[in-house]
Design a protein around this ligand. Structure first.
Ligand SMILES: O=c1ccn([C@@H]2O[C@H](COP(=O)(O)OP(=O)(O)O[C@H]3O[C@H](CO)[C@@H](O)[C@H](O)[C@H]3O)[C@@H](O)[C@H]2O)c(=O)[nH]1
Ligand SMILES: [Mn+2]
Length: 816
């Protein structure tokens, strides 16, 4: 590749922001937090345990805010000018594109097909790209769908290039009818292509319900008698771009692979799949750059590859040692506000330090860096130094590090020495490719330890990213509009919880493994603030403990006549702090075009994930450290959207409340998942505290009669009559919070908690009001009995317990 004289305008620019107002707000919040802590310290002696617990929690929150302030201080991003690429670079470098998929049910093949088609059709010479799909599900259906897709690609790719189609994932493109002003040739082509795409969808759908094609075609022989956890390596060339010159009608190389799986081997989930992809592509095309996307993340902009190349090929960034270019993850469904804001503010901040963190999808990486190269191994001009040569290129070290395939070793040396790609035939490499996919291939090599995607965390992205930055490399962050890649994210409910739990677990695993930012303080080349950024992410799960305690404190105070925020300066600080934080985060949301509802949804989501999912993450990692169980990667469920609500370009990140089917997104259904239990517990204890607080307002004589005026002063109940009894209170809150099924469990739990806590409180009140409190206890007992009696009719089943014994346990536990 030739990059001509530097007098021409640059291919990309680094834009650094100095956001003085934001810095001032960050510092003010930090100042308020510190004064809160100081006040607590000064008044420690006059106060009780609540004070100490509150102090500990607030110290943790302050520490997190300190990290956030450091991270956000000097945000930066890159802006690429792909239009300038052609006049500056005469021979574009090759790119290998990797799409891992793992489960044909949770990841519908048609979604994978769309992702692949969008990649095959990018604006880049077809002979310079290759697309590899790794299938951890070993699914003939996925293979069949991809095979059909490779046929459709011969129509789709030339169509996109001929008419310069913007969004090259067909399911998205065909949502909008063609412009009436377009010429008839276009309309004809459009109709024909759409028909072909519909045929493809139909074939995939038919194949899903009926597997007649399996036996009919020899090509599927490799899939006979296979199980997803027990099969040999499968490598199939779906399409080879033989003798391609890169013209517009060509389709790039397209390869399907599925690594060997055996029940007793650890397969390392996505990281293992990625390493196999690196090896196979090394043997087949050995491109110096690699793109990694999740199987649901289609390229939303045809220029993605060219944009990334602008960053890699710009002289100033080359000398800056840019290891990868990361695009933010964007979503076409779910409730994307939350992640978008996080990526832009926190992600943008990190990008201004040593560079963006690798986020697992939408990232272009350099092959050499993934082979474990560090900055010391290179000369100034980028060639391998003598140290690097000794470390990597010896025959013995190659075998030890990269495994015992001679061809693999040769391809590694070529990649490290930046030798031009060899153009041998893909089918010639099939046997070699199968060899490097065997279970024992990585045994006693450095794959997953220092080379490729790193193992020992379910967040292989953060883990691998830390490895790269700790070797001194930098990275770049580009956030174009429209977004470069779009995927899906679970809108809420157990699927979102599962994903959050996995992320929390994975990041905490990194904190505890040898990649931890807490170790190697002096011999690693990672910058201090970058280290803090990783620390911030990796302690996400740990937050659940202070969050949980902090949420329980108000109820505890109500029950024990204690105060969390006594009137006076402390209350002032807290009110200002909460108010400021709310306004600040609200502003972050609205300035990116998101609605107030979306902000509110995100705030509640934070509380839910912090108190619920991340608690499970801590448990996961504790069990792993104790050697009791291993952490697992459960694939997130992805769905093909029936209709798309946004405009074709997807340029606007804003959203409107249409009141349509999507208007529920972001709301959490309380569902049969255990994830919600900690959160429910918090709510119940707080309700119990509140109920207990209301107790003095209960009318003499009738223990359960609440004064309506008291109720009204607490809850504004315009549309429903104010609850009259304790039972009403319980039902009101529960009806307003949860779905019918869980509401029921909830009400039982609630009453149990109320009962236990009130018993304690009544014991204390006994002397002052013996008659009233005893009546109250009776009343509650009756309520619980009544609820439990109703339970038979509601068919409540808990996993592993039959109903009666479950009921019985409840009775026994509460001595009823
Ligand atoms: O055993 C496995 C498990 C997963 N995958 C693939 O990994 C990708 C990511 O999995 P997904 O379930 O979509 O996870 P998400 O939580 O949506 O993904 C984010 O978080 C993951 C780490 O937890 C990263 O791997 C992803 O790149 C990142 O986008 C998908 O394409 C899967 O097919 C495999 O190939 N093999
Ligand atoms: Mn995903």
């Amino acid at each position: 590749m030739a990059v001509s004289s530097s007098s021409l305008p640059p291919l990309c620019e680094k834009i650094s922001h100095k956001r003085y107002v934001r810095r001032a707000v960050d510092l003010t919040i930090l100042g308020l937090l510190l004064s809160l802590l100081l006040y607590r310290i000064l008044h420690m002696s006059q106060n009780d345990n609540v004070w100490i617990v509150a102090f500990l929690c607030e110290s943790f929150f302050s520490f997190i805010w300190l990290l956030i302030t450091c991270i956000k201080w000097s945000p930066a991003e890159y802006k690429a000018y792909p239009d300038r690429l052609d006049e500056r670079v005469h021979d574009l470098p090759s790119v290998d594109m990797f799409v891992p998929t793992a489960d044909p049910v949770r990841e519908p093949p048609i979604l994978v097909v769309n992702t692949v088609l969008s990649l095959l059709a990018v604006n880049y010479p077809a002979n310079k790209i290759a697309c590899y799909v790794s299938d951890d599900g070993c699914s003939p259906l996925t293979y069949f769908s991809l095979k059909e897709a490779s046929k459709f690609a011969k129509i789709w790719v030339p169509f996109c290039k001929k008419y310069n189609v913007k969004v090259r994932a067909p399911f998205r493109y065909f949502l909008n009818p063609p412009d009436a002003s377009e010429d008839s040739e276009f309309s004809k082509d459009w109709e024909m292509t759409k028909r072909e795409y519909e045929k493809l969808c139909q074939k995939v759908e038919d194949a899903t319900v009926d597997s007649h094609w399996l036996g009919a075609d020899d090509d599927f022989e490799a899939f006979t008698n296979t199980k997803r956890t027990d099969h040999s390596t499968i490598v199939k060339v779906l399409w080879e771009n033989k003798g391609g010159v890169g013209d517009e009608k060509e389709v790039p190389h397209f390869v399907y692979i599925s690594r060997e799986k055996r029940p007793n081997y650890l397969h390392h989930y996505k990281a293992g799949a990625m390493n196999f992809l690196v090896r196979v592509s090394g043997l087949m095309t050995n491109a110096p750059y690699m793109l990694n996307v999740d199987c649901d993340m289609y390229a939303n902009d045809a220029d993605v590859v060219r944009q990334a190349m602008c960053v890699f090929l710009q002289k100033s960034t080359t000398s800056n040692h840019c290891a990868f270019v990361q695009y933010p993850q964007a979503f076409y469904d779910g409730n994307p506000g939350e992640l978008t804001v996080l990526q832009l503010y926190i992600g943008g901040g990190i990008a201004g330090i040593q560079g963006s963190i690798y986020a697992g999808s939408g990232c272009f990486l350099t092959r050499r860096v993934m082979y474990g190269l560090s900055l010391d191994d290179l000369e100034d001009d980028g060639s391998l130094s003598s140290v690097g040569t000794r470390k990597f290129v010896g025959e013995k070290s190659l075998e030890r590090e990269f495994g015992n395939s001679k061809e693999m070793a040769k391809s590694v040396v070529d990649a490290l020495q930046r030798k031009a790609n060899f153009q041998n035939s893909l089918t010639e490499s099939l046997e070699m490719a199968k060899e490097v996919g065997q279970c024992q291939y990585e045994h006693q090599t450095s794959w997953g330890k220092t080379i490729g995607w790193l193992y020992d965390s379910t967040s292989e992205d953060i883990n691998t990213s830390y490895g790269i930055h700790s070797r001194g490399w930098t990275s770049s962050f580009i956030s174009p509009d429209p977004p470069a890649f779009l995927g899906c994210i679970p809108p809420g409910g157990p699927d979102a919880m599962l994903q959050q739990r996995r992320w929390g677990t994975g990041m905490l695993e990194v904190l505890c493994n040898k990649q931890s930012p807490l170790i190697g303080m002096f011999h690693q080349k990672i910058r201090f603030r970058q280290r803090l950024a990783y620390l911030y992410l990796e302690i996400w799960a740990l937050r659940s403990i202070p969050e949980l305690f902090y949420c329980l404190l108000p109820a505890y105070c109500l029950l024990h006549d204690s105060t969390l925020f006594p009137k006076g300066p402390l209350l002032g600080i807290v009110v200002t702090l909460v108010g400021m934080h709310c306004l600040y985060t609200l502003w972050e949301f609205t300035s990116l075009g998101f609605s107030v509802t979306s902000w509110y949804g995100s705030q509640s989501f934070w509380r839910i994930k912090a108190t619920c999912c991340w608690l499970f993450s801590i448990l996961d990692v504790a069990l792993k450290l104790l050697g009791i169980s291993k952490t697992v990667f459960i694939v997130t469920k992805k769905t093909m959207p029936a209709t798309m609500s946004r405009s074709e370009s997807g340029s606007s990140q804003g959203e409107e409340d249409t009141g349509g089917p999507d208007s529920d997104s972001g709301k959490f259904e309380f569902d049969s998942s255990p994830y919600f239990m900690p959160g429910t517990f918090i709510m119940l204890v707080n309700l119990a505290g509140l109920a207990s607080f209301l107790e003095p307002f209960v009318d003499e004589g009738s223990a359960s009669q609440l004064r309506p005026s008291v109720w009204n002063s607490f809850f504004n109940t315009h549309d429903s009559p104010p609850p009259q009894t304790l039972d009403d209170v319980v039902s009101w809150v529960i009806t307003n919070s949860f779905s019918p099924r869980k509401k029921f469990i909830c009400s039982i739990l609630f009453q149990a908690v109320v009962y236990v806590l009130w018993r304690e409180r009544n014991a204390r009140l006994h002397s002052s009001n013996p008659k009233g409190s005893q009546a109250l206890v009776k009343e509650i007992q009756l309520l619980i009995r009544a609820k439990l009696a109703g339970l038979d009719r509601l068919n409540l089943s808990m996993p592993g317990t039959s109903e009666p014994s479950y009921l019985h346990t409840w009775f026994a536990f509460f001595q009823l």
